[in-house]
Write a protein that binds this ligand. Structure first.
Ligand SMILES: NC(=O)C1=CN([C@@H]2O[C@H](COP(=O)(O)OP(=O)(O)OC[C@H]3O[C@@H](n4cnc5c(N)ncnc54)[C@H](O)[C@@H]3O)[C@@H](O)[C@H]2O)C=CC1
Ligand SMILES: O=C(O)CCC(=O)C(=O)O
Length: 527
């Protein structure tokens, strides 16, 4: 596992990577060209907000499997290119939110009380407060745009200063607003017209970039204080400057600037604009949290384990992670069986979740099924990240259905594959205890199979002598049988035999088995 760290992360994170067996190169002052020249050697790349992870980089990154964002916002990472290539992107969304919220409040105090300006005067031995009268927070209204993790932390902290909190976030439920004691504004302009202080906490997206512009400042209350500790450009810098010149905005506290880290914004020259160099997450605590978390996630992702903060995968509630793990294994196992038992190209995949599993977030289990399904035949890389994209690109229709009851089982997953000639294949499995798996049905034959690394699966006419001959031939081929199960369809006088064996089976032995009278077909399955 070769990991390139292209921006500084905490020593504790680097130690974690090394302890887990990764070879870590910390190269934090590479030029873009140098980065492109070396990225091909690495399995994982860890970045913060300055490294642009985009198509240029992906094209050179033949081995890259994971991009770890040591932080929250992922706007410097091009997601579509990563997903298409099966590169998993992980971030640490919870690790630095307190620090970001605290810097927001710090900037709010600094701007409202002119702390940096007063500090600078006094450092120059000038004892003078003239022209720098501050503003009290008590009774003022703060308008929060984006009431997510950081927005909520800012809201609860500012309440303790006796402020009225209003917020605009169309994607947050009324009950969340109510629980936080924040008044919902359905229109941004309405919020602008009522707040004394505006603070933005949305991600940078196509929708939010420039969302506070000329029109919004026109609607604003005169004397507004503006804080941006989220991303440059959410508040348009030109519009902000104009609003400052027109005395609509009285002061601003800005942590993020266009063009950073080489920011040249004229805002830097305004006395009433207080700036910090994207320092929202720059605390010992946040950096330790971020470093350790990103290291853990990158290692887990490199080992093919499920990572809760994978950005280009469905999000999993942490409390469901343990329950889901066994289903992921089961799903992948069911998927893997198809192309080892059948040879027909897949046209349609139907996944049915019944019983307990139906109550969980199953989209990731469906990804595991697709991963397993295509793995035996695809040379290209397939994993949780690109499984959907690959199914789609191969014209495979995937559907998911759920039912709360599973008849004789507590929980049941059934995979039904329809091939291009309309032939149907079904396989069902269940889990029990501490993640034990069982395959309970294949093509209508009922079993209770503990899936093992090597299995022989044969269909035969249901008549005496077939099983005995199979045993003899396997003995000749020096293959030891561990367990054996038979599923029967009495009306059709056919049976399916599943033998768990201790080793690989040679092509010759399989050919001999196929020649036994009554054997209709025989397959070797490797899990
Ligand atoms: N300055 C710094 O060092 C740091 C900055 N950040 C930035 O802070 C921002 C917020 O982070 P979190 O609170 O963790 O994100 P979050 O995802 O928890 O919350 C973002 C909120 O924005 C809302 N939102 C999205 N589009 C919107 C729109 N068009 N209008 C109104 N609301 C919208 C979402 O519904 C969500 O509630 C991100 O941009 C992040 O990158 C995060 C950490 C450190
Ligand atoms: O310090 C950093 O890496 C930037 C933090 C940040 O903006 C984020 O986590 O979104």
């Amino acid at each position: 596992m070769k990991v390139l760290v292209s921006e500084p992360i905490a020593q504790k994170g680097l130690e974690k990577l090394t302890q887990e067996g990764a070879v870590v190169d910390v190269k934090t002052s590479l030029t873009r060209q140098e980065l492109l020249d070396v990225i091909g050697e690495y399995d994982a790349l860890i970045v913060r907000s300055n490294t642009k992870v985009n198509e240029d980089l992906y094209q050179k990154a033949a081995r890259l499997k994971v991009v770890g964002r040591a932080g929250n916002g992922v706007d410097n990472i091009e997601m579509e290119g990563a997903t298409r290539r099966g590169i998993i992107v992980v971030n640490t969304p919870e690790s630095n939110v307190v620090s970001a919220a605290e810097l927001t409040i710090g900037l709010l105090f600094a701007t409202c009380r002119n702390i940096p300006q007063l500090h600078n005067r006094l450092k120059e031995r000038v004892w003078d407060r003239a022209g720098l009268k501050g503003m009290e927070l008590l009774g003022k209204t703060v308008g929060i745009v984006g009431l997510g993790r950081i927005g909520s932390l800012v809201a609860t902290r500012l309440k303790s200063f006796g402020m009225n909190i209003i917020a605009y976030d169309p994607y947050i439920s009324d009950s969340r607003f109510k629980n936080l004691g924040v008044e919902r504004k359905n229109k941004l302009e309405e919020l602008m017209a009522q707040c004394d202080i505006l603070t933005v906490h949305t991600p940078k997206t196509e929708e939010t970039y420039g969302m506070i512009g000329k029109e919004q400042f026109k609607a604003a209350k005169k004397g507004l204080t503006v804080i941006n500790c989220a991303r440059a450009g959410i508040i348009n810098e030109e519009a902000l400057m104009e609003a400052i010149k027109n005395n609509i905005v009285k002061r601003a506290g800005i942590d993020v600037l266009e063009g950073e880290p080489h920011a040249t914004s004229p805002l830097l020259d305004y006395d009433n604009v207080i700036v910090t160099p994207h320092a929202g997450a720059d605390t010992v605590e946040a950096q330790d949290n971020v470093g350790i978390t990103v290291a853990q996630e990158v290692i887990s992702a490199l080992r093919g384990e499920m990572v809760p903060n994978a950005v280009n995968l469905p999000t999993l509630p942490v409390q469901e992670l343990d329950a889901i793990k066994a289903y992921l294994k089961l799903g992948e196992t069911l998927g893997k069986m198809y192309y080892q038992l059948e040879k027909d190209a897949v046209e349609k995949v139907e996944i049915m979740y019944r019983g307990e599993v139906a109550a969980l977030e199953t989209s990731v289990v469906s990804l595991a099924i697709l991963k397993g399904l295509f793995e035996p035949v695809l040379k290209e890389r397939i994993n949780y990240v690109n499984a959907n994209v690959i199914a789609e690109s191969r014209g495979v229709a995937v559907t998911e259905s759920k039912k709360s009851s599973a008849n004789n089982y507590l929980t049941l997953i059934t995979l039904k594959v329809t091939s291009h000639d309309g032939k149907e294949f079904t396989i069902s499995g269940t889990t029990f205890g501490k993640g034990e798996l069982r395959i309970v049905e294949i093509n209508g034959y009922e079993f209770d199979i503990n899936p093992t690394p090597y299995m022989i699966i044969a269909e035969n006419t249901d008549k005496p002598g077939v099983v005995g001959q199979m045993g003899t031939l396997l003995g000749v081929g020096k293959v030891n049988i561990a367990t054996m199960q038979l599923g029967r369809k009495l009306t059709e006088q056919q049976a399916m035999m599943v033998l768990a064996v201790d080793s690989e089976v040679s092509k010759d032995t399989l050919q001999f088995l196929g020649g036994v009278e009554g054997i209709l077909r025989v397959r070797f399955v490797k899990l």
